[in-house]
Design a protein around this ligand. Structure first.
Ligand code: ADP
Ligand code: MG
Length: 293
């Protein structure tokens, strides 16, 4: 079942086509990620879905025609900030008072991992906890559909990882999540499906592993510091230097038998690495540009 259906959606600002004729559906219960660099059109897209910005053209259908959209969505805006001098609990109480449908504040504090800091003022929280407050605000009305716009941008790696677990938990509770990000690891780790955006367009859309299979290079087995001629045992291997040899792998199930062959051939080595393509490689292949920088 689709929660969102988008058809030929376009947003123009003067000469800039921020969103250029994109179409996609989001299924109930999935994490759907819009992945792309700054300026790709992600925020403009989600803000049209959130009914904050008006499309220039195209169609958006959210839920069925009977459901009140604003009552049933939750939003974490990009670069979110909250009231500096309200405690976490006061903040959530305030935002929940704006809705008819409400989640219990204590349940929410526990769900997002904020129970221990409920009495602390927003301004005194770490960056990671501030962002958690933002996610909690998005949930005060117990929405079915949640928009998270760059939820982990600017956080340190540990805070990012722990927020990923919060987001996974929301999916486990049956929420549908639209996640925009420019971090490929984030989309790869969290998303059921990814739409890669570039200059206002969706240039590829699928499950992360399918995009990688389709556009990424083959998995490589890299053997470093081997003490014999690997070519005698593995004819298709190529030496990239005297100390390093690389072999493309068609089927990752073959890796164990390759390692066994090395052992039987009496070859010793310093280490073996397996290098798998990722969404960054997919983006590079499709656009010729790096996702970051
Ligand atoms: N209100 C606006 N007026 C003019 N241009 C805008 C406005 N909002 C966004 N843009 C432009 O639209 C493009 C897409 O922006 P945005 O949706 O914020 O991308 P992203 O979220 O992927 O970084 C950018 O070129 C941006 O400068
Ligand atoms: Mg943005």
């Amino acid at each position: 079942m689709n929660v969102i259906e988008v058809k030929n959606l376009t947003k123009v600002y003067g000469d800039i086509i921020a969103v250029n004729n994109i179409s996609f559906n989001v299924r109930k219960g999935e994490i759907f990620s819009l992945l792309g660099p700054n300026g790709a059109g992600k925020t403009t897209t989600v803000e049209m879905l959130e009914m904050i910005r008006k499309p220039t053209s195209g169609e958006i259908k959210i839920f069925d025609s009977k459901t009140d959209i604003k009552e049933n969505i939750g939003i974490l805006p990009q670069k979110f900030q909250s009231f500096e001098r309200l405690s976490v609990r006061e903040t959530l109480k305030y935002f929940s008072s704006l809705y008819e449908k409400r989640i219990d504040i204590d349940e929410l504090l526990n769900l997002i991992g904020l129970k221990e800091v409920e009495g602390i003022m927003y301004k005194n929280l770490s960056g990671g906890l501030k962002r958690r407050v933002g996610v909690a605000i998005a949930l005060v009305n117990d929405p079915e559909l949640i928009f998270l716009d760059e939820p982990t941008t600017g956080l340190d790696p540990a805070a990012r990882r722990s927020l990923w677990e919060v987001i996974k938990n929301l999916k486990k509770r049956g929420k549908t999540i639209i996640l925009t990000t420019h971090y490929m690891e984030e989309a790869q780790y969290l998303a059921d499906r990814v739409a890669i955006m570039h200059r206002g367009k969706i240039i590829a859309m699928d499950e992360p592993h399918k995009l990688i299979e389709r556009y990424g290079d083959k998995t490589k087995l890299i053997i470093k510091g081997a003490d014999g001629n690997l070519k005698e045992i593995l004819p298709s291997i190529k030496y990239s230097s005297s100390r390093e040899a690389v072999m493309e792998i068609d089927d990752e199930g073959d890796i164990a038998s390759i390692i066994l062959q090395l052992k039987k051939g009496g070859i010793r080595y310093e280490r073996i690495e397996i290098e798998r393509a990722n969404l960054e490689d997919v983006f590079l292949k499709l656009t010729g540009a790096k996702l970051r920088g």
